[in-house]
Design a protein around this ligand. Structure first.
Ligand code: NAD
Length: 320
């Protein structure tokens, strides 16, 4: 009997092929996770150039079809990743570009949702929490299908710095930055551990010094990492591209992985109707579940303050 069914190739669409979009596309290509990568940019020539350049990596990677496309190409995408937008300039915070990038999202998101009401939208553009909320509102999609990269990057930076401090593999240091991907982010010290032990306990058991001031310094370096990088090279893109690729893997492979990503939060710690990062289970449906960690009362207060900052920024977008 002839099999008339054709397997659907796994497609990822990327809208906005600047530094972040192109770096993510490269990471994705090397990972072999997607059979098709479509690049969409306001400046079509830029998307075409990136597609040509990336295609020349294929002989060193996995068979992958990459092309410069249009919104119709999002129709078949499992995930559409939005990395379009302007960057905050020197001395500007991520929240300073909310209006400009909000306008860009008004152009992009309804097109993507019209073409593909079943696919997942993954937002990286800043301010990422505000724009994740905007993407949810403008798309009309269920909240689980709209994800922001959120603090996946801050969490990676935090774990990297702690791992350097303790002289071990960052994969063995567990913890999360939650709340805003920005200045009001919250290091969840009460969840941070090595071999299941809170850091003060781990240090006491192993004859290591523990100074809260050093930990606070690590939290500050985490918060200011992007600023320090931008001062030196004008932009950041490798870290976020790695985070986007990790979220992509969790979705495409239905991994049910716990990741700190930005999602609609309702009824947690007195927080409602705002997108911010909490540890979430991510699978092929998107955010399968928002987890509710046992935070200290100081951390809950800080998270509520972070939510208030984001709600204020969201109100500037007049999303109705
Ligand atoms: P970039 O200027 O290099 O690229 C942005 C691209 O978006 C440009 O190529 C531009 O042509 C395109 N674009 C603008 N409007 C568009 C539209 N309406 N439709 C399609 N394409 C459009 O900027 P970048 O360094 O790649 O940064 C992109 C975004 O990612 C910024 O908002 C930045 O702040 C953000 N970012 C997020 C994180 C994170 O952790 N979430 C980290 C770094 C950067």
């Amino acid at each position: 009997m002839t099999d008339t069914t054709t397997a659907q190739a796994t497609r990822v669409a990327i809208v906005g092929t600047g530094d972040v979009g192109a770096t993510y596309a490269h990471h994705l290509l090397l990972s072999g996770l997607a059979a098709e990568i479509v690049l969409i940019n306001r400046n079509r020539a830029k998307a075409e150039g990136e597609a040509m350049d990336l295609t020349h990596t294929v002989p060193f990677a996995q068979p992958t079809r990459i092309w410069a496309g249009d919104y119709e190409d999002c129709a078949e995408a499992a995930i559409t990743v939005i990395t379009a937008g302007v960057n905050p300039g020197q001395g500007e915070s991520r929240l300073d570009v909310v209006k400009k990038n909000g306008e860009i999202f008004r152009q992009i998101v309804p097109e993507v949702a019209r073409q593909n009401p079943r696919g997942i939208i993954l937002v990286a553009s800043n301010p990422v929490d505000v724009l994740t909320y905007a993407a949810w509102k403008l798309s009309g999609l269920p909240p689980r299908q709209v994800i922001g990269s959120g603090t996946i990057l801050d969490t990676a930076r935090f774990r990297t710095l702690l791992a350097e401090h303790f002289g071990m593999d960052s994969r063995n240091v567990h913890g999360y930055i939650i709340g805003e991907h920005g200045d009001s982010q919250v290091p969840a010290w009460s969840l941070t551990n090595i071999i299941g032990m809170p850091l003060p306990e781990y240090c006491a058991a192993h004859g290591l010094p523990y100074h809260q001031a050093q930990m606070d310094e690590i939290a500050q370096q985490t918060r200011e990492a992007a600023k320090r990088i931008v001062e030196r090279k004008d932009a950041t893109y490798y870290g976020v591209a790695g985070g986007l690729a990790r979220i992509t893997e969790a979705i495409l492979r239905d991994q049910h992985t716990v990741l700190s990503v930005s999602t609609l939060v309702e009824s947690y710690a007195g927080i409602d109707d705002v997108c911010l990062s909490l540890p979430c289970i991510v699978d092929e449906s998107g955010v399968e579940r928002v987890l509710h960690p046992a935070l200290s009362s100081d951390e809950r207060d800080a998270l509520r303050r972070s939510a208030d900052v984001l709600k204020q920024a969201i109100s500037e977008l007049d999303l109705g």
